[in-house]
Design a protein around this ligand. Sequence first.
Ligand code: GLA
Length: 362
Amino acid sequence: MPVPSFQELFGVPPTTSAEAPGRVNLIGEHTDYNGGFVLPAAIPQRTRVEAAARADTTVRLWSAQFPDEAPHSFRLGSEERTGGWIDYVKGLTRILGSHTSLRGFDARVESGVPVGSGLSSSAALEIAAGRAIRTLFGLALDDVELARVGQRAENEFVGAPVGIMDQMACSLADTTTALFLDTRTLAYDRVPLPPEAALVVIDSGTSHDHAAGDYRVRRSECMEAARLLGVNELRDVADVQEVLRLPSPLNRRARHVVTENARVLATVEALRSGDCRRVGRLFSESHASMRDDFEISIRAIDDLVELACRVQGVYGARLTGGGFGGSIVALAHASAARDAADEIARTYTQQTANRGRRLVPQ
Ligand code: GLA
């Protein structure tokens, strides 16, 4: 059944349409809230928000993901958390409305970014909706400021203590370069993927939930490790040997962050010199560190990574995103990427109780 258009939903045509992509993180996991480095890229799947301003202070939102639901509505200034997808937009209007004067608007959301796959469907929604609101009301916000507003929406309104990586990636990354970001200063650089390499993203069919405890626990373990080591953030640990004096498991948590930061720098160097094999090795080391030290992997993801690394044309693979399920990212030879992705997804589906899905190449 065809989904309703904006005009059919709201009786007027949209006056603006804005988009943002999902993201895949190549390397640098759980480093962003430790002041460290990350290296995400955009995925081809995008979220689109069509919108039109209203004369009053009502906001009405509809998503093609839930085609049978009527538009949700709320009043600006009385945003309340309900636990659903509209909270991300409510968070934006709450934060933007506290220092600019907004009016109400109608918005229709359509998204190809899978939910629960560790590919930042929520940040894609925040950035696409933020862009639409920016255009509707002529807000003077650049893409970095918009990313910060998105992160604040999650931290302060949704209640998820996430770092800045996802919003920066959805706001600034593209699909042909990796965004090398220093999360402390927000300085960034675009690192092209070598022409002979392509990214592969496979969904493991097991989902994660950030708002739930595990992400929060890891974050507070990192804060505690930094406090015990006498540094502001784990980014500032000068020598990885220092972490050995921490009690378990903080020693392993901190070792992941310190070594992962170094791996991001090494990956950037390897990409710049076109050394795909080295990138592959760094992916594998990163996965081992997430599995053994940071303990954010699960059996299904470990199986998927192992299987991917055995497929012809694959340089290396690792869990991507917050962890506890979601997707893996692999670097493959460009000419082999699609076939490799299909083979990985097929074998995984046959050998496990889960359904693997090729998401990239699309
Ligand atoms: C989630 C968070 C990010 C980051 C990653 C892990 O995607 O939103 O801020 O911490 O997990 O690297």
